[in-house]
Design a protein around this ligand. Structure first.
Ligand SMILES: Cc1cc2nc3c(=O)[nH]c(=O)nc-3n(C[C@H](O)[C@H](O)[C@H](O)COP(=O)(O)OP(=O)(O)OC[C@H]3O[C@@H](n4cnc5c(N)ncnc54)[C@H](O)[C@@H]3O)c2cc1C
Length: 427
């Protein structure tokens, strides 16, 4: 018998869709290309060290997603990330915390803030300059944009920003230039992380209850006859379909897609992230949950310390750190895994954390879809693709199905809401 709902992809969005379908009394089958469920929330285990797929902490706020995350025993942290621009370590965000810099530099940056142009921004660089002034924008935000988003800031639109980036008042910038005693302005007041089992522990209850066909990589959809084809030769029929696959991947598989829609889909760009996971056989080497990296001679944009998130992530008496190095089709990653690992080890030595001799484990992991890139005009192209897929009876959910900057709780909500919407027509 064909299940009422078929879900493609067993990340948190697909798993939440399955969960919502079950709550409505519908049966659901899931197909996942990987040998394990979890998607971006799966973990990486290396010689007793556990790493997430880039830094993950939960700040779920919607009641349904929050109640779900709260089922898992977790620790709560007040975010206090730092930013390194060797030899300076500044509290985040830098524009509110310039105090560690030499006086002349602080004066120049604050003057730039006071003289910031009052323009209506057309693109992200304009937005940065109008928020922070030219000097702060050029020294910090634009440099970080190239590292994290892999493109110059003028290529990006501004609709995605929302509350993610703090817009300071003059008093805040002045205070932060004069003292280290500044309040946290991080967009989430509390961050949560499972006591045991890494970030994946949050979704284990969903995985246990789901009917997931692993090692099933979708390669073709015949939306007329409602058939799915997988690379392992399996073919199956569906009633209702939800996909959490990246839109460009999905679009490439649907029979009869118009050329214009295919072109829109293939123009959507996401970043990749190469994760360098390092274990150090000494306790208390790192102090931060995560930190941002402004150094031009370090490829990574960000690093996080899994042993700080939970002691369960490290063997006893050891410490760990994970670096995130971004690429995209706009700036392909050309370095070998060994070169990336060397770069991260050199950074650890430069900052005084560890020498090569201290490194017990160094592991490379490539994530092909990390962040959706918000190039100007992307939203219109994405919406045309989603509308056409919807007209073919294919509902898309999750970070890469919605093609948006969704956190894990938002991906959960996207999957659950999409299942309820799709199944409303089935009852
Ligand atoms: C660097 C980074 C840091 C993040 N930090 C945080 C954070 O701190 N807090 C937070 O809440 N969120 C964070 N997120 C966001 C969070 O990871 C995502 O919102 C969430 O994991 C997306 O889940 P998803 O199910 O939509 O997508 P995915 O997890 O990508 O699931 C999609 C699934 O589809 C499968 N698939 C792909 N192709 C096929 C195919 N052909 N056939 C079958 N299956 C296929 C994939 O294997 C995958 O399992 C972060 C994300 C990144 C990239």
């Amino acid at each position: 018998m064909t299940a009422s709902l078929t879900v493609l992809g067993a990340g948190i969005a697909g798993l939440a869709a399955n969960h919502a379908a079950a709550a409505l009394g519908h049966d659901c089958v899931m197909y996942e290309a990987a040998p394990r469920a979890g998607g971006l929330l799966d973990s990486i285990e290396v010689q007793g060290y556990r790493f997430d797929r880039a830094v993950h902490l939960s700040f779920a706020d919607q009641p349904e997603a929050r109640a779900f995350f709260d089922q898992t025993a977790h620790a709560a942290f007040t975010p206090s990330p730092r930013c390194v621009e060797h030899p300076y370590w500044l509290k985040h965000p830098v524009q509110n915390n310039l105090h560690p810099l030499p006086v002349d530099q602080r004066v120049e940056l604050v003057r730039g803030f006071v003289e910031r142009p009052d323009t209506r921004p057309g693109h992200y660089k304009d937005w940065l300059v109008s928020q922070y002034g030219r000097a702060l924008s050029a020294r910090y935000a634009e440099r970080y944009t190239e590292k994290y988003w892999t493109v110059p800031a003028e290529v990006m639109g501004i609709d995605w920003i929302g509350p993610r980036i703090h817009r300071p008042a003059l008093d805040e910038v002045l205070r932060g230039a004069m003292t280290d005693d500044t309040p946290s302005v991080y967009y989430a007041p509390q961050m949560r992380y499972p006591e045991r089992g890494g970030y994946r522990a949050f979704i284990e209850p969903l995985i246990t209850k789901a009917d997931i066909r692993l090692d099933h990589s979708l390669c073709r959809i015949d939306a007329q006859s409602r058939h799915l084809h997988f690379t392992n030769g399996h073919v199956t029929r569906y009633n209702h379909l939800i996909s959490t696959l990246p839109l460009p991947v999905l679009a490439g598989m649907v029979d009869g897609i118009p050329d214009a829609i295919q072109a829109d889909a293939q123009s959507l760009v996401a970043t990749t992230v190469d994760l360098i996971c390092i274990g150090v056989a000494r306790p208390n080497v790192f102090k931060d949950l995560w930190f941002y990296i402004y150094d031009d001679d370090v490829m990574a944009a960000r690093a996080s310390c899994p042993g700080m998130q939970s002691a369960d992530n490290c063997p006893p008496g050891c410490s760990s750190i994970q670096f995130e190095i971004y690429g995209s089709s706009r700036r392909p990653m050309m370095q070998s895994a060994e070169a990336l690992q060397r770069d991260c080890a050199q950074a650890l030595e430069k900052w005084g954390f560890a020498t090569n001799a201290d490194i017990a484990v160094s592991h490379h992991h490539h994530v092909p879809y990390a962040n959706v890139l918000f190039e100007q005009g992307m939203e219109q192209r994405r919406d045309r693709v989603r509308t056409w897929l919807g007209s073919m009876g294919i509902a898309c959910a999750g970070r890469f199905g919605e093609w948006d900057y969704l956190w894990s709780h938002q991906a959960f909500q996207s999957g659950a809401d999409t299942a309820r919407r799709v199944l409303a027509s089935a009852t």
